[in-house]
Every structure is written in structure tokens, then in C-alpha cells.
Write a protein that binds this ligand. Structure first.
Ligand SMILES: Cc1cc2nc3c(=O)[nH]c(=O)nc-3n(C[C@H](O)[C@H](O)[C@H](O)COP(=O)(O)OP(=O)(O)OC[C@H]3O[C@@H](n4cnc5c(N)ncnc54)[C@H](O)[C@@H]3O)c2cc1C
Length: 451
């Protein structure tokens, strides 16, 4: 008899994982705690409930990385995408979804499948044998969170994300910024030049503080911080504590010499740190924020060198349980210390409905393949799926790992194309053309086996 796959959490990722595995002939049990145990954000007992916006973001598979991810999931007969398409609402180029019928339809389709069973109830401990996927999302229950933490070590499971904005390296003006680590620290030249620095004069700093203080901010949801928030301060809160606070914190100018103007001492310096192995993304160090997205873009473009910056993602601070996947998971999304357990969805450190569903799709196929007796190689990093899984299981900097949306900065560059803003349209088209070919090939090469 074929072994059963157990999935903890029937959210976006768990639902997609169950669907993919069942299509491969694997019996699946979904363990979902709702409606018996709730979260501060979910309202129903439906599987695949969308907790906040009803948007799957851009549906443009030629110029947008999340649109490409939609396309790849559709090609792989993803349940989440097929159901979203059936319950689509008019929203211009975005894919907006009628959320209640969407979740009810996913629930019905899964429960109608002869190989899928739903068991309602909270799982509070890590299973010690069998085939499991943990897809318990950003609001993983406390008991299970504690069990994961006991296995991984406290420092490898976060209960909040504190996301600093991430900038595409090729959109930074290097005639203003320069590379240098504070006090040139480091053994090698690469370490001594690990940071990208943007200088500010006194006037620029004062204007920046004024803009921070005036910017629109979001609030924490009710219940979101209960017992968890560990005081990782947003920059605007630091600015509220005193106009000089940032200059003595993340924006301190000491130990740095402006390579373009060595005789001019900057009044403050904003530092950016490399965010991925490819060197295509840089995060602004210490700039986690609760400013609204529109406000962030205009405030951060006041930083000299970032006037034309393109952001791969903006900053935020949210309740978000996630593991340090680059150190904890192998490329099969298995927990290295307990390989019978896989992780999928937002808890792996991807961010968003679409990315979470995508990681559910891969984990479901990988787990089902393992039950059928072979490993499914991860898709190539040139695809949106492959770029994401490569990032979370190794491409990202483990020390500064924070949840990530899919974006073109995660893809290996296509050689021979123009950089910067002007070349962007052609570049994105080249990324998506290459991804589509490679995804089709991967799907064909590893066509679903059935038990
Ligand atoms: C407040 C909030 C707002 C968000 N807004 C957006 C947004 O607007 N757009 C966007 O793209 N993303 C948003 N996200 C992120 C979004 O939650 C995720 O992208 C997506 O839902 C994650 O999918 P998932 O399957 O990983 O987790 P979920 O969809 O949350 O599914 C996890 C499931 O596991 C269950 N579970 C948890 N612990 C246990 C346990 N111990 N035993 C059994 N079951 C358990 C939960 O009840 C839940 O059903 C938001 C997240 C939060 C917290």
C-alpha cells in the first residue's frame, strides 16, 4: 500500500501541496487546526483562506516575476491558480479573487478527491516518523512554534519579520555611492568592501528625518504583537525618539570615507548590504519600517544615490513565523536534522499568497516523488519556481535572512543585455522567455508519476 503524506496546515501552501501529491496517487491527510483553534487573521474554517488583500498581484507573465510564477503554476495544473482564475474579479493587470467562493471551492475540490482526508485539530509536536510537510504559515500556533524552535534552536525561528527595503543593485547611482566596510574591516578585499554607502549632508539628513516623521504609517493588527514582539524598532520610531538617534544608530557616519569626495565628511551615511549570492540585490541596513509602501518609495528616494532606485521589495514589520531555511533545509525542502519533515509556504521564508502556494506545489511534488521512490530535482534557478527555492535553500544570506517575494533580482542575469532602467523591458522579457522554456522542459522531464 502507498504510504500517506501528512500535511500540517491547510492554507494556501498546504492545499496546493495536497492537490499535487494526490494527483500523483499519494493518499494525503491534511491536519488543519481551524475552526477549533483560530488565528488573529483567519475568519473561517475554509482551506486556503486569504487573510488580507484579495489580490494575487500582477498577472503579467512577460514583464513581472509574480505573473511569471502564476504562469508556471498554471502550467503545472496548480489548484490555487485554476481556482483563482475561476473566481477572478476585474482588477486591471492584477489577478484579484472573490475570496470566499475561492476558499470554498478549494476546500470542496480537495475534500471531493478520493485520496484526500481532512482531520481537524492542532498539531503541537513534531512527528517522529512518516512523511510530513509543515505548512503552518506566518501564524503557526504557539505550541508547534515552540516544538520547531526546540528542534532548530531559538535563533533559527523568527516570530516577526523585520524587513528592510531591498534595492536592485543596478539601480543605485555609483557615482554617488561607494563600497566600503566600516573601518575597512575584514581580511579580504571583498570583506573590506562589503557595504555600499550613501552619504548625506546635514541638510539632506534633516530633510530626511522630517519626511520620516511626516510619512503615513501602518499599525499592528489587534492581537498581532501579543507576547511576541521583541522590540526591533522601525526607523521612524527611532526618529521619533530624537532627531539624532538615527545618526548614532543605523546612519552613523564613523569609519567611512567618501571615495568620491575624500575631503568631505558625511553628516550621516545609509549603508546597504548585499542580499543574495548573485549580488543583484542590496538591503538597506537597519531600515525596517511600518511606513506605508507609497511613503517608503518617496522617502527612500531622498537618499543620495537612491534617487532612481528600483525596489525588489519594500520594508515592513509583521507577525510572521519563519525558519532560517538557508541553514535548515536541503534542496528538497527537507529539514536536514529530520528529513522525514518538509517545510512549505510562508514558514520557509517566502512571502505572499502566490509564493507560498508555489512552495506548496514544489513540496507536494517532492514529497510524493520521495514516497514513490525517487528524488525530484529542484527546477532550474532560471525559472521563477527555481529562483525562489534556490534563494530560500541556499542563495540567500543566512545571517540576514528575511522573507522574500519573487523578483527578477533572484534570477541569474541573462548575459549581454543592457543594465539599468532603460534596458529593463528587454531584460524582463528575456528572463521570462528563458524561464518559460526551462519550466516547460523541467515539467516534461519530470512528468508526474502516479502510484
Ligand atoms: C495579517 C496578515 C496579512 C497578510 N496579508 C497578505 C496579503 O495581503 N497578500 C499576500 O500575498 N500575503 C499576505 N500575507 C501573507 C499570507 O498569509 C501568506 O502569504 C499566505 O497565507 C501563506 O500561506 P501559507 O499556506 O504558508 O499559510 P496560511 O495560509 O496561513 O496557512 C497555514 C495554515 O496552517 C494552520 N495552522 C497553523 N498552525 C497549525 C497547527 N499547529 N496545527 C494545524 N494547523 C495549523 C492555520 O490555521 C492555517 O490554515 C498576510 C499574512 C498575515 C499574517
Amino acid at each position: 500500500m502507498t504510504e500517506t503524506l501528512h500535511i500540517i496546515g491547510g492554507g494556501l501552501a498546504g492545499s496546493e501541496a495536497a492537490w499535487q501529491a494526490a494527483r500523483m496517487g499519494i493518499p494525503v491527510i491534511i491536519h488543519e487546526m481551524r475552526p477549533h483553534v483560530g488565528t488573529f487573521a483567519h475568519r473561517t474554517g475554509d482551506l486556503a483562506e486569504m487573510v488580507c488583500s484579495n489580490s494575487f498581484r500582477s498577472d503579467d507573465s512577460e514583464q513581472n516575476a509574480v505573473g511569471l510564477l502564476h504562469w508556471e503554476m498554471r502550467q503545472a495544473d496548480g489548484l490555487i491558480m485554476a481556482t483563482a482564475d475561476r473566481h477572478r474579479l476585474p482588477a486591471g493587470g492584477a489577478l484579484a479573487v472573490d475570496r470566499d467562493p475561492f476558499a470554498q471551492s478549494v476546500t470542496r475540490t480537495l475534500l471531493d478527491h478520493p485520496l484526500i482526508t481532512l482531520e481537524t485539530g492542532e498539531i503541537t509536536a513534531l512527528p517522529d516518523h512518516g512523511h510530513w510537510i509543515i505548512a503552518t504559515g506566518p501564524l503557526t500556533s504557539s505550541a508547534l512554534g515552540a516544538a520547531i524552535q526546540a528542534e532548530t534552536g531559538a535563533e533559527r525561528l523568527a516570530f516577526f519579520d523585520a524587513i528592510a527595503p531591498i534595492v536592485y543593485a543596478d539601480s543605485i547611482d555609483m557615482s554617488v555611492a561607494w563600497m566600503q566596510s566600516r573601518y575597512d574591516k575584514g581580511e579580504t578585499e571583498a570583506e573590506q568592501k562589503a557595504y555600499l554607502n550613501c552619504p548625506m549632508t546635514r541638510d539632506q539628513y534633516e530633510a530626511f528625518i522630517d519626511a520620516l516623521l511626516a510619512a503615513d504609517k501602518t499599525e499592528f493588527h489587534e492581537g498581532e504583537t501579543a507576547g511576541y514582539f521583541d522590540g526591533c524598532l522601525p526607523i521612524e520610531v527611532m526618529a521619533e525618539r530624537g532627531r539624532e538617534t538615527l545618526r548614532h544608530g543605523p546612519m552613523k557616519p564613523v569609519g567611512l570615507t567618501n571615495a568620491h569626495k575624500p575631503d568631505e565628511k558625511p553628516y550621516a551615511v545609509v549603508q546597504l548590504r548585499r542580499d543574495n549570492a548573485l549580488g543583484t540585490l542590496y538591503n538597506i541596513v537597519g531600515f525596517q519600517t511600518k511606513m506605508k509602501y507609497g511613503a517608503q518609495a518617496s522617502v527612500f528616494k531622498m537618499i543620495p544615490g537612491l534617487e532612481d532606485a528600483s525596489f525588489a521589495r519594500l520594508g515592513g514589520i509583521h507577525r510572521n513565523t519563519f525558519i532560517n531555511s538557508p541553514t535548515l533545509l536541503d534542496n528538497q525542502m527537507r529539514l536536514r536534522s529530520k528529513p522525514h519533515i518538509r517545510f512549505a509556504g510562508q514558514v520557509t521564508g517566502v512571502e505572499g499568497y502566490v509564493e507560498s502556494s508555489a512552495m506548496g506545489l514544489l513540496a507536494g511534488r517532492m514529497a510524493a516523488s520521495a514516497i514513490l521512490g525517487h528524488d525530484l530535482p529542484p527546477p532550474p534557478p532560471t525559472t521563477a519556481m527555481g529562483a525562489l527555492i534556490t534563494h530560500i535553500t541556499g542563495g540567500a544570506e543566512a545571517k540576514t535572512f528575511q522573507p522574500m517575494n519573487v523578483n527578477f533580482g533572484l534570477f541569474p542575469p541573462v548575459e549581454g543585455l543592457k543594465g539599468g532602467r532603460r534596458g529593463r523591458k528587454d531584460r524582463y522579457q528575456a528572463y521570462t522567455d528563458r524561464a518559460k522554456t526551462d519550466w516547460r522542459d523541467w515539467l516534461a522531464q519530470y512528468a508526474l508519476d502516479a502510484a
